[in-house]
Design a protein around this ligand. Structure first.
Ligand code: ZN
Length: 266
């Protein structure tokens, strides 16, 4: 059960009709609508999904301490998100907050994470992005500190679900400048490595965004193992790249260009 009470709407009351004809809804109506959304069946489902994804991230060691954050855009100007200072393993639905696209907290008893600004930049720029997951998986974060863009055309899953990961520059975490580092990339890339920090992936649902993180991290782990073998990498033939790109686009993922082997000697 939620700790926030639901206020029943009075859509047909005389006062309600009078207010509608008088112009914008007063603050009490807006607050009531916010709580209805925050406590709606859809919000309850999403809160459970966020908690489930949080436990998956922790169990795979993709987050540390209270690190990482998860969000879902539930309305034109409403985003459900994880709070600050809670381990993703320990999340419960009652911990989930709701903010508007400017980062103002609308509902929830815990304060939202300051890194939510990063997620909000994606929602502002990419209408098809409904959910985002930010975390610090080790192999992906290793690329974040070397600044080396991962090689391509090595595994089909990576080509189909991500295509090409973007590399954003470093900025101080939690700041607007940090959030804006991803603006040049968010529309074309559903996975962005954050310089000296970690990664953010977006998708149609929280579950999909978490899968993007898993696919990227698994790919970079396999790539590290292959490189450590000292043997030359055997790339998928360039002639087959178009097929993988077509499948990526058919699944509704953004078009970030044709894949190619980018780093043959690395
Ligand atoms: Zn972070």
């Amino acid at each position: 059960m939620s700790s926030v009470p639901v206020t029943k709407p009075l859509p047909n009351s005389a006062s309600s009709r009078a207010r509608r004809s008088a112009g914008p809804a007063p603050a009490a109506d807006r607050a009531s609508a916010v709580l209805r959304l925050y406590n709606s069946p859809e919000a309850r489902r999403v809160k459970e999904e966020i908690c489930h994804a949080g436990r998956k991230l922790w169990l795979r060691a993709f987050v540390d301490g209270n690190g990482g954050n998860i969000s879902h855009r539930i309305g034109p100007n409403a985003v459900l998100c994880t709070p600050t200072l809670v381990s993703k393993y320990d999340l419960t639905p009652a911990d989930i907050c709701m903010v508007d696209l400017d980062g103002n907290q609308l509902a929830g008893t815990r304060p939202a994470t300051s890194e939510m600004l990063l997620h909000l930049e994606i929602y502002k720029d990419v209408p098809q992005a409904k959910a985002a997951v930010h975390c610090h998986p080790p192999y992906t974060t290793a690329h974040a500190i070397t600044g080396v863009e991962p090689d391509g055309l090595l595994l089909p899953e990576y080509e189909m679900l991500i295509g090409r990961v973007a590399m954003a520059p470093y900025e101080s975490p939690g700041t607007l400048e940090f959030a804006r580092t991803i603006k040049p990339y968010a529309a074309q890339h559903n996975a962005i490595i954050l310089g000296n920090h970690g990664v953010i992936c977006w998708g149609e649902t929280v579950t999909w965004a978490e899968w993007q993180v898993e696919v990227l991290e698994s790919y970079l782990q396999v790539l590290a193992i292959a490189k450590a073998s000292g043997r030359p990498l055997r790339h998928i033939p360039a002639a087959k790249a178009g097929d993988l790109r077509a499948r990526r686009l058919a699944m509704g993922f953004p078009d970030n260009g044709s894949s190619k082997a980018r780093n043959r000697k690395a």
